[in-house]
Design a protein around this ligand. Structure first.
Ligand code: CA
Length: 239
């Protein structure tokens, strides 16, 4: 493990919150960089993307919303962990945030220990892949004519190539590792997301809808990522 300090980008326009976050991140041994709006965040990220280890992002910011920033960051970098910190508690906001590529969504007012634990978990995840369930960790996988590369987070079909987010990749890997098992939403939630993550069954459904777009020939008529009524999902590589 390197002793280098992890750099955390804090995007927050409310000074009191920004200062509190900066103070606590420093106390935890991280190197916080505070930015107050979208354009400065994106230009900072453009120049320093390799040095940014995690982003904490507010949603309501002047000029450019956190959603837009999240999307723009994801266009450049699919793996940097993003935590959205927002006063918005509606499930539509959360779904939209996950659609934009965030890894976590924490509502304000937030409990500091929870935020710090999310930060630690995501930094760990970024650094080392989750321990393999099989003797040999799967590096790639083929579903029909769709190729999945777990190293580059790319899913390639004859028509197009998608870059997946960390959470999308983790969920897809989970389905593949548990092939043909019926997986309930609560089990998926327990196994793939960290405990207490602000994720609802609906979020899982949205993630599955996205995975279907990547791996299914006809996402509205899935052959691999199947719904199991009243329970959850089941993945089948070769129907
Ligand atoms: Ca704000």
């Amino acid at each position: 493990m390197s002793n280098e300090k992890k750099r955390i980008l804090i995007v927050e326009d409310e000074e009191a919150i920004a200062n509190g976050l900066r103070f606590n991140m420093e106390a935890e041994g991280y190197e916080p960089v505070v930015l107050g709006d979208g354009p400065s965040t994106l230009s900072y990220f453009e120049e320093n993307s390799h040095d940014v280890d995690l982003i904490i992002l507010d949603l309501m910011l002047p000029g450019m919303s956190g959603y837009e920033i999240c999307r723009a960051v994801r266009e450049r970098d699919q793996t940097v962990p993003i935590i959205i910190l927002s006063a918005r508690t509606l499930s539509e906001d959360k779904s939209h945030a996950f659609d934009c590529g965030t890894d976590q969504y924490i509502t304000k007012p937030f409990a500091l220990p929870e935020l710090l634990s999310r930060v630690r978990q995501l930094l760990k995840r970024q650094r080392v892949e989750p321990p393999p369930k099989h003797a040999v960790e799967i590096e790639d996988f083929q579903i029909g004519n769709v190729h999945i590369n777990f190293k580059t987070f790319e899913v390639t079909s004859p028509e197009e190539k998608h870059h997946l987010t960390t959470m999308e990749m983790q969920l897809l890997r989970y389905f593949i590792e548990n092939e043909s098992d019926v997986l309930s939403r609560s089990k998926i939630l327990r196994d793939v997301w960290e405990q207490g993550a602000e994720v609802t069954s609906r979020t899982i459904d949205n993630f599955v809808m996205r995975l279907r777009k990547y791996i299914e020939e006809d996402p509205s008529n899935p052959r691999h990522l199947l719904s199991v009524r009243g329970t959850g999902y089941r993945f089948v590589a070769e129907p």
